[in-house]
Structures are given as C-alpha cells and as structure tokens.
Write a protein that binds this ligand. Sequence first.
Ligand code: GLU
Length: 420
Amino acid sequence: MAVVHDPYEEAKKQLRQTIDLLGLSEEIYEILAVPERLVQVRLPVKMDDGTVKVFIGWRSQHNSALGPYKGGVRYHPETNVNEVIALSMWMTWKNSLAGLPYGGGKGGIRVDPHKLSPGELERLSKAYFEAISDIVGVDQDIPAPDVYTNPQTMAWFFDQYSRIKRGQYFGVVTGKPVELGGMETRIIATGFGTAVAAREVANKLWGGVAGKTVAVQGYGNAGYYAAKFLHEMGAKVIAVSDSRGGIYNPEGLDPDDVKKVKNETGSVINYPKAVKKLTNEEILELEVDILVPAAIENVITEENADKIKAKAIVEAANGPTTPEAEEILTKKGIVVVPDILANAGGVIMSHIEWVNNRMGGWITEEEAKTRLEQKMVNNFLKVWDYWQNKLDTTKYNMRAAAYAIAVDRVVRAMKLRGWI
Ligand code: GLU
C-alpha cells in the first residue's frame, strides 16, 4: 500500500535535521515548528444556480522575524490545513535564503476551481480575502498566486481589500495583472528562475546546459516556463506531463508548441509530435540529465527514489521530494537543487513588484528581469559553495546547505528581536 505523506510532518523533519546540523537548541525547534498564527475561514458562496456552497480556507503565518509574511494562496480540491502550514514554513526558508525582507506565509482554499464559473470564482476569492482582511496588509502579510490561482485572482483580492480599507493598496498582493500594478516578468518568474537554477547546476556538473536532456513533470505556470527557458538555453526537453499524463520525444519537444496544444485541448497528451505517451510515474523515472518536478508535493518518495535515473533534480514544485527519498538520492549521487532555492524566482519577482508598488511604479521590466537572474545565480552559488565547503557532500544534499543558510538567518533575526 502506498505510504501517505503529510507535508507538515516532512517539513518538521527537514527543520529537525537542520537544527541538529547547526547544533541549535530544542526551544528554537519548538518556536519554528509551529506557525505564529493559523486562521481557518468558512466561505459561503452563492452559486450561479442560486444555491449556496460552503468552502473552507486557511492562511498560515509561519514566521515574521525577517518581515511581513509572504507567500501564495492555492486553490486545490485536496489542499488541507497541514499542507498549508508546511507550505508556509517552506516560504519562511525560501524568503530567508533569498535575502528578502519577508517572513513566510501561505494560504489555501479547498476547491476545484475548474468546476466554478468566473463569477463564482470571483465571489469565492472576494469572500476569502474579506475573511482574512484583518491579518493581511502591505506591511503585514502579502499573498500571491500559487497552484491554480493567477493574476485575475490577485486582482479580485486587491480590489476587495482596497474597498474594505478604503484606499488603493497595490502592495497588499503581488502577481497582479500589469494593469493593476503587476509586472510582466512576474508571470515567467518562477519557471525562468528554475531554468536559471538548472543552468547553474549544469554549469557546475557538466560545464553547460546546452544539449542536456530534461524531463518536466507538471505543465502549469512553473513547469511550462521552466521548459520554455531551458529549451531557449539549448537544453533538450524530451518529456513533459500534466495531471492527465505525459509525452515523450527523444529528439526534443518544442515547449511553446506543446503549450498551444494544451491550451486548445486541455492537456499535453494530445500533442501530435510525441512518439510515446508516459504516465506521471514513468516521467519521473526517465533517463535524463535534469528532472524538473513542477507539480505538487511528495512525488519522489522512498517508493520510487531508487528508480530515479536523472543526474540532477531541480525542484520547481514545493516539496516534491520527501526526506526519506532524499537520503536515497544522495546515496546515489543525484544532486537535488531544492525548492526553496530553485523555485524562488516567483517570490523574488514578487518582492520587486512590491517595491515597485511602494515607489509608485519606477522599475522597468528589463531591470526586473536582470535583477531576478542575478539573484537566482547568486543564491545558487551561495548554496553550492556552502554545500561544497562546509558539508560532507556524500551525506548531505544541496537542501541541507540551503536550509542551514535559511534557518540561520531567521534565528539570528529572532535573537536580535529578543524572541529567544
Ligand atoms: N507561490 C509562490 C511560491 O511558492 C510565490 C509566492 C510569492 O510570490 O509570494 O514561492
């Protein structure tokens, strides 16, 4: 029987390992293992047919030592409170590692957004933001898109908050449409950042990414743009998948072409130029240089880790690898560029958007993209150097280095504030 993985338990395990690695005290573990605040809201929504449906949502504010909470809101039929807490903890580490002035937060609503009309989605989104309006704010907590939410969702959040608070608070959410204070580059940011991280690890391992084979599991915003930019960098994307399955072509796929077919037909599996269809499990086990899991948590577990043949894994999704799986991968010598490093492009760009909003719109798209790329490269090198110079690389993967840097910064901020 398949083992059931609880992301919160996995997140606590990763924290525990870092506390041990850094020789920190039990009280620090206890402070960091639990969110500062966790809110559950019940959201009755008038449906188009006149009935009322009740949805449940959460916002987890994990840690604010470094600044206001920051992190996305996901709409997913299977999300739950423990997943949201885990994701909020991962945001604390991600923001800390990236050197941003943010703590970590995350939200979620248990809903399948594909089953709602645009009107129903707008009412649900506005009900959620009204319900959490007293705990979010430009300097308090700044939501953003995540799985199955997008700039339109952010526009509704922004509008609702601005109505309630009687102002125009552009900086209360990021990932907004360009018309409402968003930045063009935010849309590509997570996937572009992941591609940069993949390029950097390829530079270290093989002297370049050109010609390297890539498989991408998940073809949403992060997966598609990771594939697109890796393709532009000269890598060969030989397999991609979405929730309905995967496609394979050893000659390489054209990510934009695949995206067009997905937009038109609902799935990548209808792409005509694939030589073979794959399941989502098979795509993870393909013989490739770089595997990019870009869907959801816990897809690489102790059950399949042994079958992974990629040489490097670059995590575009949050939490795709369990700690048990990582031990197996490390023993096999597979380099894991962890989520909090590899997918930080989204929140790094969110920060630029937030700064730009506070300055009344000043930063150009060009500046934004250059800064994003520089930050991704610097972050990568910071973690790589720590891993190579301070840790036994046969025992620890890159994640241990990333966590050590991230947790240490949060702990120092907590000490300076007098929390510990
Ligand atoms: N949801 C994204 C993440 O997991 C972005 C968060 C943000 O931009 O605040 O990193």
